[in-house]
Design a protein around this ligand. Structure first.
Ligand SMILES: Cc1cc2nc3c(=O)[nH]c(=O)nc-3n(C[C@H](O)[C@H](O)[C@H](O)COP(=O)(O)OP(=O)(O)OC[C@H]3O[C@@H](n4cnc5c(N)ncnc54)[C@H](O)[C@@H]3O)c2cc1C
Length: 402
């Protein structure tokens, strides 16, 4: 693998940096400095995403025919790494990264025309309705009922842990359209307008959160919700195929750019924190060995990402390899936040809740701001998008053939 960039690739990196300089404004930077979840205020995400879209960069992984930039794998790598190094906002994944590939593969021409340009323009905000109370890892047991009423579907039930549902205009849902011996065979993939009568969003407050209104997850209730027939994606009772396909895109991300930035932050903390005798924490042999180990593991993940993502064409799914990236990426995310927690020592104890716009002075040095909230929030990553135990089951079956 030749990791030296060509002249054109270096010029592309400069262009990405220029874009960041010109478009990543102070308001976004202030919000990113205080996010614990990776999400910032919706209007800031929309502003950022619209700027990316004007440049043609909103959906690096889409095929060109649908509005992707047609980059080489190296350009995609440079883009990801450069954005992550600058700490730029994420593109909220539910529409562009997760739903769009399903519409491209299983949607009708009318659905492609209706939803894809809208996702690129960030006009519609999506959320994901897969999990239910009682159906998480065993997702195929889901029970949200969807009845065919002739000219429409009628939905009843609830979805849980629905990230960012309070901001969403639409939700893509897995619903039960038949009671079959094999539960996977009675599931359909349905798009539901969150403003439909009968939809209620109820916040779930987690350990890292200061109050409702800033929640990450919700429960969504559906009481006699009417859904137009044209909102079914793929065939009736074939939704499980769409569901699995979407999950490959949800899991198969590049994690290493953000991990490197997180580790740099820990390194700066370890230079500033003292272990007594005038020595900084970074000179503590046990701590510096842990830092080195994290760096080695992040480099190894970066090579794996290059190998797996570098082989795929834009818009192509990567199969069970997505479980490798998800498992290693999230384990290392937790490792980095644990290192940060240990680095700040006592300053982990006061809980600075990271409220955007809050003007209370933080306790301790600036770099301790939000370390506890981020540490607590990162407990989620080995659970969501399918827990890491489930990813290991997938790898053992589909990659190792056990
Ligand atoms: C912050 C956050 C955001 C989320 N966002 C969304 C969202 O937007 N939309 C959505 O639909 N869902 C979302 N989820 C839900 C997530 O997908 C589920 O939490 C996850 O699939 C696990 O399901 P569960 O919570 O029901 O745990 P369970 O399935 O009850 O699992 C409990 C434990 O048992 C283990 N386990 C279960 N079965 C097996 C097995 N067969 N082999 C080995 N171990 C097993 C699990 O690994 C886990 O440790 C989110 C979750 C979190 C924490």
């Amino acid at each position: 693998m030749d990791l030296n960039f060509t002249k054109e690739e270096l010029a592309f990196r400069d262009e990405v940096n220029r874009f960041i300089e010109e478009n990543y404004d102070d308001e976004m930077r202030a919000a990113m400095a205080r996010t614990r979840t990776g999400y910032i205020a919706k209007h800031l995400h929309i502003r950022w995403q619209k700027r990316l879209n004007e440049k043609g960069w909103l959906a690096p992984n889409w095929p060109q025919e649908y509005g992707g930039p047609g980059w080489t794998p190296v350009q995609r790598y440079i883009y990801d790494q450069t954005m992550a190094a600058a700490g730029a906002p994420i593109v909220v994944p539910f529409g562009p990264r997760m739903l769009a590939p399903v519409i491209m593969k299983f949607g009708t021409e009318a659905q492609k025309k209706k939803y894809l340009p809208d996702i690129l323009a960030s006009n519609t905000w999506w959320c994901q309705g897969y999990s239910e109370p009682g159906s998480g890892s065993d997702l195929a047991s889901l029970q949200m009922k969807c009845e065919d009423k002739g000219d429409h579907f009628l939905c009843n039930g609830s979805k849980i842990w629905t990230s960012e549902a309070q901001h969403a205009d639409m939700i893509f849902c897995l619903v039960r359209t038949a009671q079959t011996k094999k539960p996977q065979e009675g599931i359909s993939f349905l798009l539901i307008d969150m403003k439909s009568p009968g939809v209620t969003v109820s916040p779930i407050i987690t350990i890292d959160e200061p109050s409702a209104g800033m929640q990450e997850v919700n429960q969504v209730f559906f009481d006699d919700v009417k859904v137009p027939k044209e909102n079914l994606v793929g065939e009736i009772n074939q939704g499980w195929t769409c569901a699995k396909y979407l999950l490959e895109f949800e899991r198969g991300n590049a994690y290493s750019g953000n991990l490197k930035r997180g580790l740099d932050r820990v390194r700066r903390m370890a230079l500033a924190e003292s272990i007594g005798g005038g020595l900084p924490l970074i000179q503590d042999p046990a701590f510096s060995a842990r830092l080195a180990q994290a760096e080695i593991e992040i480099m190894a993940l970066e090579m794996t990402e290059l190998r797996i993502l570098g082989q795929s064409r834009s818009g192509q799914n990567i199969g069970a390899a997505s479980s490798i990236l998800k498992t290693r990426g999230t384990e290392l995310q937790q490792m980095v936040t644990e290192l940060a927690a240990d680095a700040v020592g006592y300053y982990l104890m006061p809980f600075n809740p990271l409220i955007e716009g809050a003007n209370e002075p933080i306790i301790g040095p600036d770099y301790a701001d939000g370390v506890a909230a981020r540490y607590l929030n990162m407990r989620k990553v080995t659970i969501f998008a399918g827990s890491n135990e489930i990813q290991r089951n997938i790898m053992s079956k589909l990659i190792l053939g056990l």
